[in-house]
Design a protein around this ligand. Structure first.
Ligand code: ARG
Ligand code: ZN
Length: 874
């Protein structure tokens, strides 16, 4: 039965304090807990604690061992009679870390001999460690004592401040941690094993001396320096931007190769998937460096948006995730480039969230119900959630938003809050009613924003009519209008930006404006307009909507060429590429295709333009985005047509120009990280890819040389990608070399699997099947499973969606195997089936067959069944 938002009740019992005593062992760990209980309702409701798969060894209430009839433990709940306000409940349980393949609760990372123990509790993993009210609105003071063999577990860590260590008999030792900040149990963490560290001393703006410590296994500790710098940058940035200081004496960060998600913000003890913590030029690409910086910042920022202010219940997940993604986006933009970051984030939203919102898995940013909360760590909750915060921030302006955030922290510090608390604080601090924005949180589906222009030459008036419509989503047939802020400018036909005077205003004020569409439709009138202007709409992607406006190719080309803002320029180029794509059938170039190619060819010669922006301008929307606009999707055809589109572009630019630019970009000495070098590498890769469409043989020779001479992973992987995707004769040798060179580097090896899983079309399936037999392949490691199966099913549409259904069959079989090991990962991979209803009929039939086979399997986890059931709309 699903949990419903409307059924929320305050907890009958809360926990003032918890003392945990953990006696650590690889096969068996014993956890003793002492809870001081508080009755919140005043009534003597029975105490109900969550506990999953716990072997109960002892149970005592107020010092008395409990009789078998005084408690019941079944169905994941321990019910205890006779508890009073102030009672102390003591439990002792045994858990089995090494047998835990779900990587939730306490588990082993790495081998039994050399690996280490760690925990993952969000969302509901703490109940696999001990009995507790496992809900985020129960905040308790944690005291944690770890005991273990000193040889096997020299390092013992838990969240909070360290308060003592000591020796025990038989070569054992102990360490204690006290967290002064009450926290929900999902933020608890411990780590124990043989780990190395690097540290930095940091003093917060408000004067606290903090030790930042990054921990990893010995062989990768020298790849943690970039992350350490990123922690420090994040701390400084949050002090400057939001006045938020770190609040413990130590900040620990740990890397593991065995992790279900990206990372976790456990209080004082963040734990990271190694993929988002380790970085070095030889094994990480530029994109990966930025991802490390972004995830480090994201987890650190959670200390205030998530930990100090946490969520009342899991329906409010976006309260911390959407807000923290937004804060990370601001930070990354500040550290790197504002337009490039926005391009990256909007492209991600369109590639991941829009398809989610348009299919059977659509759900609101604040879902109204769920069965398995782990299935709701989605692009909608994270990425669309961030877009909603961005709209609010835009509405309030930089200072207003900061004021609102101050009030939010002031009111909710130490509390478990709701989305209403957030909007309330932002609004009250600015005397603005933000309640209308709640509709965005409650309603699934991407709104379509329709825009229409009218020009009155006599009155010199330009009228923009905006209207909105959101299509039905599962369980939500009726939609209401939401407030849509539309940032806009007007350009004249020479590409000059016009001053704006709206109806009712005395004089023009600025050249960029935000108009807000509150209703189903509204008109906005602009005065003193001498000729029909070209509107630039939804600038900076001011709302997460699909814009429908009848641009001519010439208008989009004008914006692509003249808009001073990099993001808007890119967006105009994307829209123009879509027009070109839609008119591609002709044997001659359509007007749109011509306009797109000509504008880009001209920009290619503009040496003022940033190389990285140029690389992005030269990249048309991806295959997933192209499919999202069609009703009968044929992924092979989309792949082929996108190739044709890029070929036209390459032909227009000319082989000579491309080759000359490639040479030019190759001539520069490559520096590891400065922005200009990264930009050159990005453009170099794009130019090589385009050149390969014109002269494959020559391009493959260049790629082979680039592979051999590359100084870092960015250039090496770019070259490998070209060779492998084109199935060039040089690919085999390069792949063999890479496999060998990185045999002991799992993160690099993941890329070796991925680049092959992404070979387009027919050959992909056989490649994947072969790679599954590589000794380095395993379903037990989430990164490895994702690097092959996830890359194949979720990022290679023309390879996965075969008319014979063999891609679906392969995924279906692996999902069943994976589900028995790790339900979270199985459920996540299963979302690759999203959108099957919109495939062309042949694929639709075989996809349905694969899904129906799956849904009939007995014993699937709740995680996987929920996804498969929803995808099938059962
Ligand atoms: N709170 C983490 C983050 O976004 C994600 C952890 C989610 N884990 C899970 N098993 N659902 O930073
Ligand atoms: Zn997060």
């Amino acid at each position: 039965t699903p949990v419903r938002l409307g059924d929320y009740r305050r907890p009958a019992w809360s926990v003032d304090a918890i003392e945990l005593d953990v006696d650590l062992g690889i096969d068996a760990t014993e956890v003793s807990s002492r809870l001081v209980l508080r009755s919140d309702t005043g009534q003597s409701a029975p105490l109900r604690l969550n506990g999953e798969g716990l072997e109960l060894l002892a149970l005592a209430l107020d010092g008395q061992a409990l009789d078998a009839h005084a408690f019941r433990y079944e169905g994941g709940v321990l019910e205890v009679d006779g508890v009073r306000d102030g009672s102390v409940l003591e439990t002792r349980v045994r858990v089995q870390p090494a047998a835990n393949t779900a990587l939730e609760g306490l588990y082993l990372s790495g081998s039994r001999e050399h690996g280490f123990l760690l925990t993952q509790c969000e969302a509901e993993g703490f109940r696999r460690i001990t009995f507790f009210p496992d809900r985020p609105d129960v905040l308790a003071r944690f005291t944690v004592t770890l005991r273990a063999d000193r040889q096997r577990f020299p390092v013992l860590l838990a969240g909070g401040n360290p308060t003592g260590v000591g020796e025990l008999p038989d070569g054992r030792h102990w360490a204690r941690f006290v967290d002064p900040h009450p926290k929900p149990c999902y933020l608890f963490a411990l780590v124990a094993g043989r780990l190395e560290n690097i540290t930095r001393d940091y003093v917060t703006a408000d004067g606290r001396a903090v030790k930042i410590v990054i921990w990893s296994e010995a062989n990768v500790i020298d790849r943690c320096h970039y992350a350490l710098d990123a922690v420090e940058r994040s701390m400084r940035w949050d002090e400057h931007t939001y006045g938020r200081n770190y609040d413990l004496d130590v900040f620990h960060v740990v890397a593991t190769h065995d992790f279900n998600m990206g990372a976790m913000e456990n209080k004082g003890l963040n734990i990271f998937n190694a993929k988002y913590l380790l970085a070095d030029p030889d094994s990480s690409t530029d994109d990966e460096y930025r991802a490390v910086e972004a995830v480090v910042a994201h987890e650190y920022f959670h200390n205030w948006t998530g930990n100090r202010v946490t969520c009342r219940d899991w329906f409010q997940l976006s309260l911390k995730e959407g807000l923290t993604v937004f804060r990370e986006q601001q930070f990354s933009a500040d550290m790197n480039s504002v337009p490039l970051k926005r391009i990256e984030d909007v492209a991600l939203l369109r590639r991941t969230q829009f398809p989610e919102d348009a299919g059977p898995l659509a759900h609101p940013v604040r879902p109204a119900e769920y069965r398995e909360i782990n299935n709701f760590y989605t692009a909608t909750v994270y990425e669309k959630g961030s877009e909603l915060v961005r709209m609010l921030a835009g509405r309030l302006g930089q200072e207003g938003f900061r004021r609102g955030m101050e009030l939010y922290f002031q009111r909710n510090d130490g509390q478990a809050a709701t989305i209403e608390d957030f909007l309330g604080a932002l609004g009250d601090a600015n005397a603005i009613d933000l309640k209308p924005y709640l509709a965005w949180y409650a309603q699934a589906g991407t709104p379509r924003l329709h825009a229409k222009s009218e020009y009155d030459a006599v009155a010199r008036e330009y009228t923009l009519t905006l209207s909105q419509q959101t299509r039905p989503t599962p369980g939500q047939p009726e939609k209401v209008p939401v407030p849509i802020p539309v940032k806009l400018s007007l350009f004249d036909r020479d590409g000059r930006i016009l001053p704006l005077r709206m109806d009712g205003e005395e004089k023009a004020d600025g050249a960029e404006r935000v108009v807000v569409l509150h209703k189903a439709a509204q008109r906005f009138v602009f005065k003193d307009v001498d000729a029909p202007p070209v509107p630039s709409l939804l600038r900076d992607f001011s709302a997460p909507v699909v814009l429908e406006y009848d641009y001519t190719p010439a208008e989009l080309a004008l914006l692509l060429t003249h808009d001073p803002d990099g993001f808007n320029r890119w967006e105009a180029g994307q829209q123009l590429a879509l027009l070109a794509f839609d008119t591609l059938n002709d044997s001659v170039d359509s007007a749109a295709c011509k306009a797109w190619c000509e504008a880009l060819a001209a920009l290619f010669e503009d040496r003022q333009l940033d190389d990285a922006l140029l690389a992005d301008l030269l990249t048309p929307p991806g295959e997933i985005e192209l499919a999202d606009r069609q009703s009968e999707v044929d992924p092979s055809r989309i792949h082929a047509q996108r190739q044709v589109l890029q070929q036209r572009l390459a032909a227009h630019m000319g082989a000579d120009a491309l080759l000359a630019r490639y040479r030019d970009l190759s001539a520069h000495a490559s520096q590891p990280l400065d922005a200009a070098s990264q930009a050159r590498r990005r453009l170099r890769r794009r130019v090589l890819e385009l050149f390969a469409l014109l002269n494959p043989e020559r391009a493959h020779a260049l790629a082979a040389t680039q592979y051999e001479t590359a100084l870092g992973m960015t250039d090496r992987l770019a070259a490998l990608g070209v060779l492998v995707r084109d199935r060039a004769p040089q690919a085999a040798a390069a792949l063999a070399h890479f496999r060998d060179r990185y045999a002991d580097n799992p993160l690099a090896l993941d890329k070796w699997f991925t680049v092959q899983a992404q070979v387009p079309g027919e050959p992909a399936l056989a490649i994947v099947a072969t790679l599954e037999r590589d000794p380095a392949f395993t379903l037990k490691n989430p990164n490895r499973a994702r690097s092959l199966l996830g890359a194949f099913a979720s990022t290679n549409p023309s390879g996965f969606h075969r008319t014979d259904g063999a891609g679906y069959q392969l995924l279906g079989e692996r999902l069943v195997q994976l589900d028995a090991l790790n339900p979270q990962i199985a459920a996540r991979l299963a979302t690759a089936f999203n959108g099957w209803q919109r495939l062309e009929p042949m694929r639709r039939v075989v996809a349905r067959r694969a899904l129906e086979t799956l849904v009939q399997r007995q014993g699937l986890s709740p995680n996987l069944s929920e996804i498969i059931g929803n995808v099938l709309q059962h």
